[in-house]
Ligand binder design. Structure first.
Ligand code: UDP
Length: 234
C-alpha cells in the first residue's frame, strides 16, 4: 500500500490518499485541542493509543453487524480505511449527563438519563459546530430522510454494543461522538472512537479516563488513555 498526497489535516488526524482510490490512511497525531481549538496541547502517545483503541472498537462493532470504514491497522499510528464521502453531521449519543448537556439543561454531571439522548451538530469548525435538528438537516440538505433514519438506528445500536463492551471492562460509557459517510453508496461509520471522542469513567471510582482530563487540566492524561487501551484490549 503506497501512501500518496495528504488530503486533509484536522486537529487530531491526517488523512492521506493511497494508490487504491477506494482507500485512505488515517494518521493519528498526539495533538489535542479543546473548546473549539482555543486550548491546544499534546498528549504524549495519544496517537498510538487512539489508533489501537479505535482498531479494537471498529473490529468489535464490525463483528456485531455495524459496517464501518476500518480495513486494518498499518502501523503504530496509521490505519487503513475505506474512503468515505463524509456526511457533515456529528452525531452525539449520551447515556449520562456531562459537558454541554449539563450546561444546556442545568442537570448535574453524572445524572443518569432514562433513555439515551441523540443529538446532531453541524460539522463546521468556522461556526463552532452548532447543534442542529432534523428540520435543519432536511432543509440544508445535509442528509436525506432515509439516510438520517439509518444513521440514527445505527447510532443507537452502536451505543448498545459499546455500553456492554465498556461495562465488561469496568468502564462507564457516558457519551460519545460518531461520524458517518458514504462508500460506494453505502452508509458506513467513520472517523475514530477513542478517549478523544468518548467520555469514559471508571466504573467504581467514576474517575475520568478521557479527554476531559486534558480539557479541565486534571493531570495524568497519558496514563488515563493508556489504562483505557489496556482494558479495551482485555
Ligand atoms: N465530542 C467530540 N468532538 C466534538 C465535540 C464533542 O468528540 O467536536 C465528544 C466529546 O468528547 C464527548 C461528547 O462528544 O464525549 C459530547 O460532547 P459535549 O457536547 O458535551 O461537548 P464538550 O463538553 O466536549 O464541549
Amino acid at each position: 500500500m503506497e501512501k500518496r498526497d495528504k488530503v486533509y489535516e484536522g486537529k487530531a488526524k491526517i488523512v492521506y490518499l493511497t494508490d487504491d482510490e477506494g482507500l485512505v490512511i488515517q494518521y493519528f497525531k498526539d495533538d489535542a485541542t479543546a473548546f473549539n481549538a482555543q486550548k491546544k496541547g499534546t498528549i504524549v502517545n495519544k496517537g498510538a493509543v487512539n489508533n489501537k483503541v479505535s482498531t479494537t472498537l471498529f473490529t468489535h462493532l464490525a463483528g456485531h453487524g455495524i459496517p464501518n470504514h476500518f480495513v486494518k491497522q498499518l502501523s503504530d499510528r496509521e490505519m487503513l480505511c475505506k474512503k468515505l464521502s463524509i456526511i457533515p453531521i456529528e452525531v452525539i449519543m449520551r447515556n449520562i449527563v456531562a459537558g454541554s448537556l449539563s450546561k444546556r439543561t442545568g442537570l448535574a454531571e453524572g445524572y443518569v438519563l432514562k433513555r439515551p439522548v441523540i443529538e446532531f451538530y453541524l460539522k463546521d469548525d468556522a461556526l463552532g459546530d452548532p447543534m442542529i435538528n432534523e428540520s435543519h438537516i432536511d432543509v440544508l440538505e445535509l442528509a436525506r430522510k432515509e439516510t438520517l433514519d439509518e444513521v440514527r438506528g445505527c447510532a443507537h445500536k452502536i451505543n448498545d454494543i459499546l455500553k456492554d463492551f465498556f461495562n465488561s471492562r469496568d468502564i462507564i460509557l457516558v457519551d460519545f461522538k460518531l461520524e458517518f459517510g458514504f462508500h460506494h453508496g453505502k452508509v458506513l461509520l467513520g472517523d475514530e472512537i477513542s478517549p478523544d471522542t468518548c467520555r469514559l469513567w471508571d466504573k467504581s471510582t467514576k474517575e475520568k479516563m478521557d479527554k476531559d482530563r486534558f480539557r479541565r487540566d486534571l493531570g495524568n492524561v497519558t496514563n488515563a488513555y493508556e489504562e483505557v487501551l489496556k482494558r479495551v484490549q482485555g
